[in-house]
Design a protein around this ligand. Structure first.
Ligand SMILES: *[C@@H]1O[C@H](CO)[C@@H](O)[C@H](O)[C@H]1NC(C)=O
Ligand SMILES: *[C@@H]1O[C@H](CO)[C@@H](O)[C@H](O)[C@H]1NC(C)=O
Ligand SMILES: *[C@@H]1O[C@H](CO)[C@@H](O)[C@H](O)[C@H]1NC(C)=O
Ligand SMILES: *[C@@H]1O[C@H](CO)[C@@H](O)[C@H](O)[C@H]1NC(C)=O
Ligand SMILES: *[C@@H]1O[C@H](CO)[C@@H](O)[C@H](O)[C@H]1NC(C)=O
Ligand SMILES: *[C@@H]1O[C@H](CO)[C@@H](O)[C@H](O)[C@H]1NC(C)=O
Ligand SMILES: *[C@@H]1O[C@H](CO)[C@@H](O)[C@H](O)[C@H]1NC(C)=O
Ligand SMILES: *[C@@H]1O[C@H](CO)[C@@H](O)[C@H](O)[C@H]1NC(C)=O
Ligand SMILES: *[C@@H]1O[C@H](CO)[C@@H](O)[C@H](O)[C@H]1NC(C)=O
Ligand SMILES: *[C@@H]1O[C@H](CO)[C@@H](O)[C@H](O)[C@H]1NC(C)=O
Ligand SMILES: CC(=O)N[C@H]1CO[C@H](CO)[C@@H](O)[C@@H]1O
Length: 781
């Protein structure tokens, strides 16, 4: 039995062994129910809660931060800082700093050891970082951005990715990650489009679900964000108000969250910055309590986003901002169901003991919040395994290993979308002489945000990937800087194109790593970087046009975090590829597609409009939503052709959701349903035969859209209800079945009741949301 061993030499193993016996520093808790791993979680929660003082409860509800005890410049340890932090902010703490990996591992170890052995009750902390496309620390594996991952339509790969992210995080003792998003890309001006899994609730739900499953199977807690209805801010401005009603909330915004939170059993949620219909999400009792807890039965906790609670006073003007009214903030947010306060603001929740004392806050509210946090910790097994990090000499086996890097490449290649391929310009011959052109082709990695400081120098650029895959002559000319109007380097790029067989030009948008982004460096996407145009900036579009004008076959690659609207480039380029922000293997993945080692199978997770002026162009608009009498929108001869919707354009997207070409051609036939008449309790299988009519093996994403033909309220004209990605060998036919639960085909009626209304439902099967190849009708009785 161990007694008061100095904490620095208590290993994780001996810790686990000792805590059920004497509990060392824990006072009088030996044999307590909450320490018994075989007691029920509810018994453990209530036993522990009954032992906690109001200060200890409060500490569970306020987020702490590694920099309180580790100097993030020198790694100097501040024991006083640790003691202070664990007395006040002990439930969760953040470690997403640009420091060496071992500083995190050691800093976390110090904290967990202190909590387990030197505090009265020994409650382990949730150790938090970012990970929407890879664990945020230097030398961890960087995957492609979520908007890209979703184009793979391959949830199994996302689940694998999340398992790897869990392994890499846990290797340093990080056990909770702020991912995935279940937000929707419904407002393309908004800077955070790249963080989402796209525009469609079903696809987003499947991807977010898979991420949660993968992560939590690796003993890392997932925090699904941003609850809820967040990502369509007014004017596209970051954190701006969102307009919408209850029916839209339930029909469009909530389903992907429910899939990730309830079906995948996520252990935590982050609330959002915005207000929806005038109610701030961080203090919305309707979404946070009535729906999430009341209707969905969610048992774990919700935390605010960084600095989000202060916004109640400072931005929403619901309380005095100066000096900030911390009592008001606490009594708005906590009783509404926002259980934990993240840092980045005034730490208003420290007022909890005073509010209890003065009777302004009920203890049951605090207890409920603390129970939710403790329940999450017990469920995750944290009391038994507070620190699952490995020793320093093991990290390279677990972080950024071959399996991780290979998966990054595979997922990236499956995410690249072939938009145009005139006269089968692609795939290129390996022997082709290629002029690689453009500012995104080399010199840095064009990652989406949520990567650590200096990540841009880690990874395979398009130029490097093409060089490796080719045995022709490869030349490179930048042509222009991404942020410049200067065209003085065009002649060199034009000469390079003229001297080659084919030009590959990489242009797009750019973001920054977390440090540069918030330091205010220029960027065109990312959190708090919003746009009022989706055109290429600066000299990039003129550069592409100049290269196309050489007459050399030109492949345009959009490396971007959101759609780029340059219809004339689409009309005139030989081929166009969309590679949303890449993984660290981005250049290799691009080369895999360019040279045909991988047959393109990516489909757009978000539609691409002709111009921002016609957005939103999401495919699942409500019936009555899209009337079309198009004028001319892109003729280059200067003649005017007027329409009405629009006078000079069309409301249709240039490339719709689900669109993407392959080097193979697929023929669909024989759409049938397992039953044509069903009740709301049934599951119906839609079956279709798909034939690969080419000499090349390929993967196709078979998509099933369902329309409820007559409804008592207005509903989406169609909704994706299932999809399957299948490999079909050259010349083979595969029969594909997609199951649909009739219960999922309901609507929120006039009285806001969920009902599956009897009547006819059209099942349409196809290769995109517009390219429907066959249909069948289901009658619901
Ligand atoms: C343990 O609890 C007792 C009684 O509550 C108290 O007197 C004592 O100071 C505590 N010791 C520690 C180390 O917390
Ligand atoms: C960290 O250490 C550096 C160098 O000694 C010092 O300048 C800085 O103030 C320290 N940071 C904090 C937060 O104490
Ligand atoms: C250590 O932490 C304490 C408590 O937070 C703080 O007052 C003190 O300035 C810190 N010391 C250093 C050297 O950072
Ligand atoms: C990443 O690896 C390099 C080379 O081994 C090393 O210098 C650097 O400190 C590492 N970064 C982190 C965050 O550990
Ligand atoms: C998760 O933790 C359990 C013990 O709680 C352990 O048996 C299992 O191996 C862990 N899994 C991973 C992937 O670390
Ligand atoms: C790794 O380090 C641990 C102690 O930190 C040591 O026991 C072990 O032998 C080392 N393993 C290797 C392969 O060097
Ligand atoms: C280039 O590689 C291809 C396939 O790897 C091969 O068939 C061809 O002969 C090579 N050409 C040259 C010029 O090396
Ligand atoms: C954009 O930022 C880069 C540094 O990353 C700087 O060199 C360049 O001058 C900036 N350009 C503009 C137009 O702000
Ligand atoms: C100009 O282009 C439009 C659209 O492509 C076409 O309808 C029209 O006939 C063209 N006019 C002339 C004068 O060529
Ligand atoms: C189903 O397909 C047929 C023939 O392809 C077409 O005429 C019909 O309009 C389609 N029905 C629906 C509801 O899409
Ligand atoms: C079963 C089938 O239709 N196979 C076709 C696949 O594509 C090749 C090449 O076009 C055809 O020859 C096969 O008939």
């Amino acid at each position: 039995m161990l007694l008061r061993v100095p904490i620095s030499i208590v290993s994780a193993a001996s810790l686990a062994a000792c805590q059920f016996s004497s509990g060392t520093g824990n006072n009088g808790t030996a044999g307590a129910i909450y320490k018994n791993p075989s007691a029920s979680i509810e018994a453990r929660v209530s036993d522990l809660l009954s032992r906690m003082s109001i200060e200890e409860k409060t500490a569970q509800l306020v987020q702490g931060d590694l920099s309180t005890w580790i100097n993030t410049t020198t790694n100097a340890f501040n024991r006083t800082g640790l003691e202070w932090s664990m007395a006040n902010r002990a439930g969760t703490f953040y470690v997403g700093f640009p420091v060496p990996q071992q500083w995190v591992a050691e800093g976390v170890k110090k904290a967990q050891d202190y909590l387990m052995t030197e505090t009265r009750l020994g409650i382990p902390a949730l150790v938090q970082s970012e990970a929407i496309h890879g664990f945020l620390i230097g030398n961890a594996t960087i995957f492609n951005s979520p908007i890209a991952q979703a184009c793979s339509f391959n949830p199994a790969l996302v689940e694998k990715m999340a398992r790897i992210i869990a392994r890499e995080s846990l290797a340093l003792g990080v056990n909770q990650l702020f991912a995935p998003l279940a937000d929707l890309a419904r407002e393309l001006r908004y800077g955070r489009v790249e963080e989402t899994y796209g525009e469609d609730p079903h696809l987003v739900g499947e991807m977010a679900y898979s991420y949660v499953k993968g992560l939590q199977s690796g003993n890392v807690s997932s925090m699904v964000k941003h609850f809820v209805g967040f990502s369509a801010p007014e004017q596209g401005l970051n954190t701006g108000p969102v307009h919408g009603g209850e029916r839209e909330m339930r029909t469009t915004w909530m389903p992907p969250f429910k899939r990730a939170i309830i079906d995948a059993d996520a252990w935590s949620i982050m609330s959002a910055y915005h207000s929806y219909d005038g109610v701030p999400a961080v203090a919305d009792p309707h979404t946070l309590t009535d729906v999430l807890r009341g209707e969905w039965g969610y048992k774990y906790f919700v935390t605010s986003d960084a600095g989000a609670t202060d916004r109640l006073c400072k931005n929403f003007k619901m309380c005095r901002a100066d000096p900030i009214d911390m009592e008001a903030i606490t009594t708005y947010a906590l009783p509404a169901g926002n259980d934990v306060e993240m840092g980045g603001g005034s730490f208003s929740f420290k007022m909890i003991p005073q509010l209890i004392e003065s009777g302004k806050l009920q203890m049951t509210i605090v207890d409920t919040a603390v129970e939710r946090v403790l329940r999450a910790k017990f469920t995750q097994g944290l009391f038994e395994n507070p620190y699952l990090a490995v020793s320093a000499n093991m990290t390279t086996q677990l972080i950024h290993n071959t399996e991780a890097v290979d998966l990054a490449r595979q997922l990236d290649a499956e995410s690249i979308v072939l938009l145009e391929n005139r006269e089968n310009l692609l795939p290129l011959k390996r022997s082709a002489n290629v002029a690689v052109i453009g500012p995104m082709a080399d010199g840095f990695m064009n990652y989406g945000d949520y990567v650590v400081y200096r990540s841009q120098y880690q990874g395979v650029t398009p130029l490097a990937g093409i060089r490796k895959a080719s045995n022709g002559t490869i030349t490179y000319a930048k042509g222009c800087e991404r942020w410049s109007d200067d065209q003085s380097e065009f002649p060199e790029a034009i000469a390079a194109a003229n001297a080659a067989d084919v030009a590959v030009i990489v242009v797009g948008t750019w973001s920054r790593d977390q440090q540069e982004l918030w330091a205010g460096f220029n960027a065109t996407t990312g959190e708090h970087v919003d746009v009022n145009s989706l055109n290429l900036v600066g000299a990039m579009a003129p550069l592409v046009k100049a290269i196309i004008a050489t007459g050399k076959p030109t492949v345009v690659v959009y490396s971007s975090g959101k759609p780029v609207t340059e219809p004339r480039i689409s009309q005139n380029a030989g081929a166009v590829l969309q590679q949303f922000y890449p993984s660290e293997e981005g250049g290799n993945a691009l080369a895999d597609i360019l040279f045909g080692a991988v047959n393109p199978s990516g489909k757009l997770s978000v539609g691409i409009p002709y111009t921002i002026g016609s957005s939103p162009t999401f495919y699942d608009y409500l019936n009555s939503g899209r009337s079309i009498d198009a004028g001319d929108f892109a003729n280059e001869n200067g003649s005017l052709v007027f329409g009405h919707q629009y006078v000079q354009g069309t409301p249709m997207p240039q490339y719709e959701f689900g669109y993407g070409k392959s080097y193979s051609t697929f023929k669909y036939s024989h759409v049938t349903l397992s039953k044509t008449t069903a009740t709301a309790e049934d599951t119906v299988t839609a079956t279709v035969s798909v034939t690969n009519e080419s000499e090349r093996d390929g993967m196709e994403v078979v998509q099933l859209y369902v329309s409820d033909l007559i409804t008592s309220v207005t509903v989406p004209n169609k909704q994706l209800r299932g999809f399957k990605k299948v490999m079909i060998k050259a010349r083979e036919t595969v029969e594909i079945g997609i199951d649909v639960k009739v219960q999922d085909l309901g609507l929120w009626d006039m009285r806001m009741k969920y009902v599956v209304e009897p009547g006819e439902f059209a099942f349409a099967v196809g290769s995109s949301s517009l390219d429907i190849r066959g249909n069948a009708t289901l009658t619901v009785e």
